[in-house]
Design a protein around this ligand. Structure first.
Ligand code: F0G
Length: 457
């Protein structure tokens, strides 16, 4: 065991380079020798498993915690703390993240061509996105390590989440976002939660470049997804999902791909679950990107996964408008070992899929909808069979980008864009807001017409 290892009462974790396997100090992000990313490993897990418990023991312990009133037990992340790096209880910053619902999507299943389809809705987290599950761990580590400042570059969700956790934990936070390229609701969150919010005249990748230099010069802890503690927290979505499925793995999990940390985290969780005896087979994990922000697809198709092909990213799904993803090697490993795949979807396909998820009474932000759009393609290609149990990871809440939704329903989302001529296919999903005189008969007439229309369906 290395002397830098974080010794804990229950388990021991350390940071290991994904390239050369050297051990790094607990607050680093890249290997000092080969510059590859780091990941947390648990040499302290003994023969039996974490905290001396095997899979059955852990399942029982985690289930019991659901009826506890302890703040850590109430969190859908810290409830699984045996598989996380240990943080002293009083340093844990939690807003009761995790514990998100799984919904069955009957209409989307039909439209995609599968018998059963589920959505694990990470948009139901406290700040409206999956980022909260990782942020609770990384922000808590920052506080435990004595940092006063935390910072991130973001397409909007990381910054909203970081600002909230920093505020709850008494830390100061600095946000760098691309000017004009994130949704208003996400920007408003980081302002409201008290972060110093800077809009830089560049894209997300440019913000990352600036921030990487800032954190080298200032005692500021980086909370971007290269932070390995974030990955640990984000792992818990897979533990929670499997628990919700009675520990029977689905056949396929589909994840949106941006900076590629979430797919990496879900893959790491499943790898660990197999290692610990929770499951005997891995579900396939597939990653879907927007066609205009498709560096992973190009990396695989053009170099066989040898070398990252960065792109100049452009998509209305602004959360995943990322051309130079940091975690591409980790994601690639997950796709390969789970025998999943990658696919890309167009702006029109994203908009249509988002409306279909909305029409189920669930909703999500545009970046999350790439999962349904991608599934449709994978079914058409025969990669996903109709009888497979598929889970879409919906990463952000519908209210994260209300402007996109309104423009979609008004029919002007694609006006003046290169996609305008293809946007006719969206009409069946568009519901224009109606303006009427305050007249009872007019409303009744409208109701009757609508009822007549439904009878014909
Ligand atoms: N979905 C949403 C809603 C996101 O906000 C992001 C990333 C992703 C998917 C992609 O996840 O990067 O782990 O592959 N948002 C980051 C941010 C980059 O700054 O909020 P990934």
């Amino acid at each position: 065991m290395s002397e830098q290892a974080v010794k804990t009462g229950q388990s021991v974790s350390e940071l290991r380079c994904i390239g050369c396997c050297r051990i790094a100090l607990p607050d680093r992000f890249r290997c000092e020798h080969c510059r590859d990313l780091l990941e947390i490993v648990f040499p302290g897990w003994d023969e039996q498993g974490p905290a001396g418990l095997n899979a059955e023991g852990l399942k029982q312990l985690w289930a019991e915690r659901q009826s506890s009133f302890d703040p850590a037990d109430r969190s859908g992340v810290w409830r699984f703390r045996e598989i996380l790096p240990e943080i002293t209880t009083q340093e844990i910053i939690t807003i009761k993240e995790g514990n998100t619902p799984v919904y069955e999507l009957a209409h989307c299943a039909k439209s995609a061509g599968v018998q059963q389809l589920f959505a694990k809705h990470q948009g139901m987290n406290p700040t409206g996105s999956f980022k909260d599950t990782g942020m609770t761990v990384a922000a808590s580590f920052a506080r435990q390590a004595g940092y006063r400042w935390v910072a991130c570059a973001s397409t909007g969700n990381t910054s909203a989440s970081m600002a909230a956790y920093a505020a709850r934990g008494g830390l100061h936070s600095l946000v760098l976002i691309p000017e004009g390229k994130i949704s208003w609701s996400k920007l408003s969150q980081s302002l409201d939660y008290g972060a110093i919010t800077c809009q830089l005249k560049t894209d997300f990748d440019g913000c990352v470049r600036v921030l990487n230099e800032v954190v080298q010069k200032m005692p500021v802890y980086l909370l971007n997804s290269v932070n390995p503690y974030r990955i640990e927290g984000q792992k818990t979505v897979a533990f929670e999902l499997l628990e919700q499925f009675g520990w029977e793995p689905p056949d396929h999990i589909i994840v949106p791909g941006g900076n590629l940390a979430n797919s990496s985290a879900i893959g790491k969780a499943l790898r660990e679950m197999k290692q610990l005896g929770f499951i005997s087979r891995l579900p396939k994990i597939s990653v879907i990107q927007a066609e205009g922000a498709n560096p992973l697809i190009r990396t695989i198709r053009e170099t066989g996964g040898e070398k990252l092909v960065p792109v100049q990213a452009e998509t209305m799904a602004t959360a995943i408008r990322i051309g130079n993803p940091a975690s591409w090697k980790k994601a690639l490993r997950v796709i390969r070992e789970s025998e999943g795949t990658v696919e890309q979807v167009t702006e029109i396909e994203i908009a249509l899929a988002k409306a279909e998820i909305g029409a189920e009474g669930i909703g999500c932000e545009p970046a999350s909808a790439v999962t349904l759009a991608g599934l449709k393609k994978l079914v058409k290609q025969g990669f996903v069979k109709a009888n497979e149990r598929v889970v879409l990871i919906l990463t952000g809440h519908a209210l994260k980008d209300a402007e996109f939704t309104l423009k979609f329903h008004r029919g002007d989302l694609f006006v003046g864009t290169p996609f305008e001529s293809q946007s006719e296919v969206l009409q069946s999903q568009q519901r224009t807001p109606l303006v009427l005189e305050p007249n009872v008969d007019a409303v009744i007439h409208l109701l009757r017409t609508a009822e007549h229309g439904h009878k014909k369906d």
